[in-house]
Design a protein around this ligand. Structure first.
Ligand code: GLN
Length: 192
């Protein structure tokens, strides 16, 4: 069984842990960088990326996460996607630069901070998992404004990329851990 870490400093790490277990992984809640050593992959959950960045300022996390991302697959949702991006706007903040994407934080605006949308993922996503639409839960989500380099879009909402893959890594601006559909987590486990 694959051993997957879920960064558990802040945010909805417990929902990710449950979703990963449903998808067939062994889950480790990661609270110290030393725990990264024997993992097959790591999930950075949703939450508040500025708060996470503050917590990541301790114990040399940023360097160790970047090093982990050079060796092993990582999956970031929402705030996690913001942390994995190459460039963050609104406002600018530091990030790991593991994915060639540019994200704008809180880009759906105030009155629509949360929404659930039915999206039609790219055929490739459906072929690699199972056919059918995805229910995408957005909570104060960022918008991915630019996808470049080796990053590839696996699903869009309203024309904007919401699920993007680059080599071993995956990011979603929505929260697949909050629905019963485990295809996105399964796709990540396939990459380990
Ligand atoms: N708005 C948050 C941020 O900018 C992300 C929200 C989420 O992870 N659900 O970090």
């Amino acid at each position: 069984m694959k051993k997957v870490g879920v960064l558990a400093l802040q945010g909805d790490f417990a929902a990710h842990g449950a979703a990963l277990e449903r998808a067939g992984a062994e889950v480790v809640y990661v609270r110290h960088p030393e725990q990264l050593a024997d993992l097959d992959g790591l999930v950075i959950p949703g939450g508040e990326s500025t708060t996470m960045l503050k917590l990541l300022g301790f114990e040399g996390w940023m360097n160790q996460l970047a090093a982990f991302g050079r060796r092993k697959p990582m999956f970031g949702t929402c705030a996690g996607a913001i942390l994995m991006a190459r460039e963050v706007k609104a406002p600018h903040q530091p990030s790991l630069g593991l994915m060639d994407i540019e994200v704008e934080r809180n880009a759906y605006g105030r009155q629509s901070e949360s929404r659930v949308a039915e999206i039609q993922p790219e055929r490739e996503f459906q072929q690699r998992t199972a056919p059918g639409k995805l229910e995408a839960v957005f909570i104060r989500a960022p918008i991915i404004r630019k996808v470049s380099g080796g990053a590839r879009v696996l699903a869009r909402y309203d024309g904007d990329p919401v699920l993007v893959e680059q080599g071993p890594h995956l990011v979603a601006t929505f929260h697949p851990e909050l629905t019963a559909d485990s295809r996105v987590h399964s796709l990540f486990l396939e990459k380990l």
